[in-house]
Design a protein around this ligand. Structure first.
Ligand SMILES: [Zn+2]
Length: 412
């Protein structure tokens, strides 16, 4: 058997294609194995549109990166014909080893897709010695293709939340199907606010879903979100997620702490002591003890936040409503007139304004675990897109990790 035949076999080439030349370029670092492919003279090729066997019209030399040959990069070169189909005219054929327009073979892309499933794209790029921007193009292609066949015809409840692609700017809003236990993400779009809800409705309807089938929407207390949901999903019940209520008060407690810290010295480790609910370190426990014993505004804010848990633990809607009323009353009685406590005052007002939507969770079928899980998803996606992160790569990574499109890894 000749070397060329071995390479043809190794590449899985079928007639009319075969390896016609090979050459190891040792000048390049890493070394490059170049394999020249060609089709039989006079061969016919299927029209990419209708599949009819047609004669070549002209040729163009194209190149693809293939899987490494031992430690050497391997590059395939072939003169790829355009055929003249009687029905579809002159068209470039699709070669069996690569998709149209790609600079990589299907096998190489498959390896890339399995790598980025396990590690940050930047790390995968280093491993295969390619620019990460080129890897991102591969990922975006496969994710986009998989999303095109996403079926949302069964969607009846969704939740959504926004997050920053980078700290402090460039938001992405992510929508989850509340009925999916795993891989719940069905839409991720740049931006935040009203427009994203409109975009989701269009996306839903483009994927077999119907806005009027949506019975429940879970979101936070942002006025823009709530207004948009009211307009686009009129008949849906809105539930404000408990997770967002906690978030609201955590932010308020943190604001109080910062303001108070400008005036006086607070116990060391106060910051996390008042934010964490479990797993406090010894230092944080001590801080909490000192806070409880002292006369701090931060302590008041913390106590109010902790009292929220009592509302959350109500077993029935009736009990929750009763506890909510008492919580608000009690919390306001705890407040002093100190301006540093304004953040808590504001949070209480926001809470009060949304009571019906918050109490809806006691009537809802869906737990808020899913919305809480989004936070760790965002963190994972941020890490995996590190080095080249914008709203687009970030969204792609969110889909890759958590959209119901896992089958893309099994197909070539
Ligand atoms: Zn044709």
């Amino acid at each position: 058997m000749e070397e060329r035949e071995i390479f043809s076999l190794g590449l899985g080439l079928r007639a009319p294609w075969e390896v016609v030349s090979q050459h190891l370029d040792a000048e390049k670092k890493p070394h490059e194995l170049h394999l020249g492919l060609a089709a039989d003279r006079g061969a016919q090729f299927p029209c990419p549109t209708c599949g009819k066997a047609c004669h070549a019209h002209d040729f163009k030399e194209l190149r693809w990166r293939h899987l490494n040959f031992f430690q050497h990069h391997c590059l395939l070169t072939a003169k790829v014909p355009r055929i003249r189909c009687p029905e579809h005219g002159v068209k470039r054929i699709v070669v069996p080893w690569a998709r149209q327009g790609s600079h990589f073979t299907l096998l190489f892309e498959q390896v890339v897709m399995s790598l980025v499933r396990e590690m940050p794209v930047a790390a995968a790029a280093r491993l295969v010695e390619e620019r990460d921007t080129r890897l991102w193009r591969i990922i975006q292609h496969y994710v986009g293709k998989a999303l095109a066949s996403l079926d949302l015809s069964e969607l009846v409840a969704f939740g959504f939340d926004e997050t920053a692609a980078k700290r402090g700017h460039k938001y992405v809003t992510v929508f989850v199907d509340m009925q999916r236990r795993t891989q719940p993400v069905v839409f991720a779009t740049p931006g935040k606010g009203k427009q994203t809800v409109k975009d989701f409705k269009a996306w839903l309807e483009a994927h077999g879903g119907q806005a009027e089938n949506v019975m429940e929407v879970v979101c936070d207390m942002s006025p823009a979100f709530l207004a948009a949901v009211g307009e686009e999903f009129e008949q849906a019940h809105v539930t404000v997620d408990w997770f967002h209520v906690v978030q609201l008060f955590n932010t308020a407690v943190d604001t109080v702490r910062k303001l108070e810290y400008q005036q006086i010295t607070l116990p060391k480790a106060t910051r996390w002591a008042v934010l964490k609910s479990t797993g406090l370190t010894a230092k944080q426990q001590q801080a909490l003890q000192e806070l409880k014993e002292g006369d701090f505004l931060t302590t008041i804010a913390w106590r109010i936040k902790e009292k929220l848990r009592w509302v959350r633990q109500a077993h029935t809607l009736r009990a929750a409503r009763w506890r909510m009323t008492h919580f608000l009353h009690h919390a306001r009685a705890m407040l002093t007139t100190a301006p540093a406590l304004d953040a808590i005052r504001k949070a209480l007002n926001t809470l009060q304004a949304h009571i019906p939507l918050i109490l809806q969770r006691w009537a809802s079928t869906y737990s808020n675990a899913r919305m809480e899980g989004l936070n760790s998803l965002f963190q994972a996606a941020r890490a995996r897109a590190r080095g080249y992160r914008n709203t687009q790569t970030f969204s792609t990574m969110i889909y890759l990790i958590a959209a119901p499109i896992q089958f893309i890894f099994n197909s070539t």
